[in-house]
Design a protein around this ligand. Sequence first.
Ligand SMILES: Nc1nc2c(c(=O)[nH]1)N[C@H]1C(S)=C(S)[C@@H](COP(=O)(O)OP(=O)(O)OC[C@H]3O[C@@H](n4cnc5c(=O)[nH]c(N)nc54)[C@H](O)[C@@H]3O)O[C@H]1N2
Ligand SMILES: Nc1nc2c(c(=O)[nH]1)N[C@H]1C(S)=C(S)[C@@H](COP(=O)(O)OP(=O)(O)OC[C@H]3O[C@@H](n4cnc5c(=O)[nH]c(N)nc54)[C@H](O)[C@@H]3O)O[C@H]1N2
Ligand code: SF4
Ligand SMILES: [Mo]
Length: 718
Amino acid sequence: MTTAHVTCPLCEATCGLNVTIDESRQVTRVQGDPDDVFSKGYICPKGASLGALHHDPDRLTAPLVKRDGKFVEVSWDEAFAEIDARLRPIIEQHGRDSVAVYAGNPSAHNVSAGLYGRVLYKAIGTKNFYTAGTVDQVPKHFSVGYMFGDGFSIPVPDLDRTQHLLILGANPLVSNGSLMTAADVRGRLKGIRKRGGKIVVVDPRRTRTTEAADEHHAIRPGTDALLLFAMINVLFAENRVSLGRLAEHVNGLDDVRELSKDFTPEAVAPLTGIDAAEIRRMALELADAECAAVYGRIGTTTQTFGTVCSWLVDVLNVLTGNLDRAGGAMFTLAAAGQNTGPGARRKPFRTGRWKTRVRGLPEIFGEVPVATLAEEIETPGDGQVRALLTVSGNPCLSTPNSARLTDALGQLDFMVSIDVYLNETTRQADVILPGPTQLERPHYDISFYQLSVRNVANWTPAPLSTSMPQEWETMLRLTGIVTGQGPNASVPALDDFVAGQVAQSGGLDPAVAGDRTGPARLIDLMLRAGPYDITLADLEAAPHGVDLGPLKPRVPEILRTASGKIELAPEAITVDVPRLAAELGKAPEERMMLIGRRHLSSNNSWMHNLEPLVRGGNRCTVQVHPADATRLGLADGALASVNSRAGKIEVPVEVTDEVRQGVVSIPHGWGHDLDGVRTQVAAAHAGVNSNLVADESQLDVLSGTAVLNGIPVELTPA
Ligand SMILES: Nc1nc2c(c(=O)[nH]1)N[C@H]1C(S)=C(S)[C@@H](COP(=O)(O)OP(=O)(O)OC[C@H]3O[C@@H](n4cnc5c(=O)[nH]c(N)nc54)[C@H](O)[C@@H]3O)O[C@H]1N2
Ligand SMILES: Nc1nc2c(c(=O)[nH]1)N[C@H]1C(S)=C(S)[C@@H](COP(=O)(O)OP(=O)(O)OC[C@H]3O[C@@H](n4cnc5c(=O)[nH]c(N)nc54)[C@H](O)[C@@H]3O)O[C@H]1N2
Ligand code: SF4
Ligand SMILES: [Mo]
């Protein structure tokens, strides 16, 4: 028996887990690690399923190539030869933009994909680069990019010291926190109340988080920007704006005052469904709190005013003097890979360096909206997408109008997926390249330590060995192919080249990392170049992690705007305010609005093949308020037909007052009963794909992010 201390790579909370492995390489137990410096023993049902995931018999163990419509197992050499033979001619004949890439969520939780994915994508050199970001957090990158100068400078609530937390559109007691790395959110929220602080949640649904809060405001979907602007209006009207230490670092205060003029509490109350007096009180309590943080997550990003909302969240943090102070909304300083570490110089953030070919939507961060992928495949002409690489993504379940996308994938000349399952998306591929399990690879949470509520660092050596190539090796072989070096380019030589570049950008000699290779070498170099005096050897000597202390103020050092100041009213964002102001005259929404929901035992679309996580009743229901159910003739347990512009699905009704009137909720990531998938457990708990009714034409205008919360639908008994 051995016990490995691992950082869980399944969600953003980065919990430390103890994984017990017996002599026959069986994972016999997974528990929270009480000695982990950050999570202190916390674990959730997904983390507890790491063993089940590792042993899942449906996981792919060899590359698959589709021959005459059927997948056959082949050797790695055959798989790469096939890709070389079929992808190279497409690039040569039609150019680099004819190859699209979609990188999904687990890429961000995978040190191979994080560090070597960017090498591969750069080598492909396509403008048609998509990630799960434009069905998620891109509006936040957009807003902070223009406010603070770097798209990764996202302030996180200083959970362990704040006295007042205003949460909009997030359910961290279920999601375990997002754009806020914080293991054991429940414990940390309890701490706020224990020290006399207050938690206020704005959400159309009653959730575990609203139940753990002092106050819940059931807002109408898509109207948070109106609420936030009204709170800002109150702060100016009541003379409660107080920038504190930030005053000399802020531009655009008068512009915000001017822009907020029409958004009075009385004007927004009927639209938001929150009383004017309540809005006023919320604003004043926020201003009066000893310290406070406003935090918004995907209920505020994947909606009609995603970018404006994301911006106003931080405007409120600034106006109340809470940005960058203890107990407020602060900037993390990660040990490795910090974009804005002291001395790291980058050009100020900008967007729109190119536009999508068909709809003309602007690039953000080198990415374009995934809601445009189908049309780029369907529409003939120069630059048409003919080949697709997916990397740990399942866009056929996770992106809007997935029926159209699924059809479009059928029109591709060639598709490769780097993925561990044969599922709704990868069944359409010509070649699938699997990867090692979460317990057969090393881990360092390069992405989520950038957003942590405490500065921490933790390295996990691979607990188990494998004969499967690591995904970074696969990515380097693909890099060899797309750069014309053929299917057998030298992986060590390419890896040396990558390490040389990482060393150079940190002003180091790669030799300082000794004989390490792969991600371990890159992480060692990045730690050495980072702001703390630590190396990978230090982390190896500390299996429960290294605590680098509470967050510290970083303004002005963190700012990368052209002015060197916080831009409170950047034009790139304020151009969308007239669209919001146009809402003011309108009558409140009368159509039913569809929102999503998450469950503690789910992980987007892909952990439904683990029996422990799908046990119990069917969770894929449409929640309807009792009054709406009566009005629409919908009975609990019966099927409802849910229709939108994009499509129609039939889902079992769950009558509950968890949702407010006028709102219905269906979780995403289901719909596993498709032909050709190899996920037996998931197929037996199939559920319905809610993104068949999500509309690829309904976007947050500025960021191109899909509206997945607040989709107008009609419900009838099926
Ligand atoms: N309606 C609606 N839609 C949504 C959302 C919503 O709230 N509502 N949420 C959106 C959000 S926030 C996100 S992030 C996206 C997620 O969208 P995606 O990233 O497209 O979907 P996932 O379900 O995360 O798919 C993960 C894929 O990675 C594979 N995988 C898992 N582990 C590994 C690994 O170690 N290596 C490799 N190579 N592959 C692996 C899985 O088999 C699966 O195919 O969904 C979005 N879609
Ligand atoms: N268990 C579990 N954990 C997960 C995931 C998972 O699928 N399952 N997915 C992971 C991923 S990829 C992400 S991005 C994070 C997301 O993390 P969160 O954002 O915390 O996730 P959600 O639970 O979807 O919370 C969004 C909340 O917004 C509410 N909402 C919907 N529309 C509106 C609106 O218009 N206004 C307001 N104010 N609220 C609204 C919803 O009712 C919901 O409670 O979770 C991550 N963690
Ligand atoms: S909360 Fe996230 S990181 Fe922690 S055990 Fe669960 S899935 Fe893993
Ligand atoms: Mo996400």
